[in-house]
Ligand binder design. Sequence first.
Ligand code: SF4
Length: 272
Amino acid sequence: MSEVVVASTHLVDYALCPRRFELLHLLGLRDRAPSIRKTANRETKNPTDATTAQSARDEGVLLHAVLEHIDLRWLGHDDPAQGVERALIHHGIDPSHPRFSVLEQRIAQFLRSDYAREVAHTRATVLREEAFAVPVRGPSPDGTIWVRGSIDMIVRWPSGNVDIVDYKSSLAGSSNERYRVQLSAYRAAILHREGSGVLVRTGLVSLSEGEAEPRWLVADVDIFEYAARLVRSRLASRFNLIAPSGCRAISCGFVTYCHEGSHGAQTTFVKE
Ligand code: SF4
């Protein structure tokens, strides 16, 4: 091995389940449902239908995009609705869409959270969608594994301390374990860039209704271990399954395929 690059999203999927990583990222399979952008400006008989599992994921992508591009003067603002509305329209969502006001609320609640107010009040530096590549192993006979990705939001406080914030569409029912690998990769990237003396907090922000403040988590996973396992799996073309209880815990859509045989599978697989 010389140099290997691993996307942090791939690392997270591998950590959840090696087989899931293979199906998603090597075979290009996924179950698919209508995109919110495709349905956004179309009349629906039942507006609540807009929230299928896949459209919820698409809403998550949209919320990320809005928070990446919205003018930072709305961060910590008492009434950010005007800025959010403008940003949603800019991203192609018509105000008549039945989910428009829900999306607006979900973004606005974070922008006016105590955390956002503190960031604005202290004039902390905010970076968004910050790309990184971090070597998780020094040069050796086996080479270097790089983990790359991008971080939703980095806050550098006047003290020099750094917060890493990752947006999630929802944290309801989610285990914190699920996110520790991802946040550990981000933390390693910041320490690589800023030096080991920097105090780094890692947290998640739920963009679902009713929860606006970051949930801080300890990110202490040895990401080299997972990255090395992933590389070994690829070299051996061996991607193990996990037990059905684990599959259900992460709401994986491949359960029928993996555990009940592919014949007559109910899941729709789509090759990209
Ligand atoms: S169904 Fe289970 S074993 Fe199959 S890919 Fe999903 S998590 Fe892995």
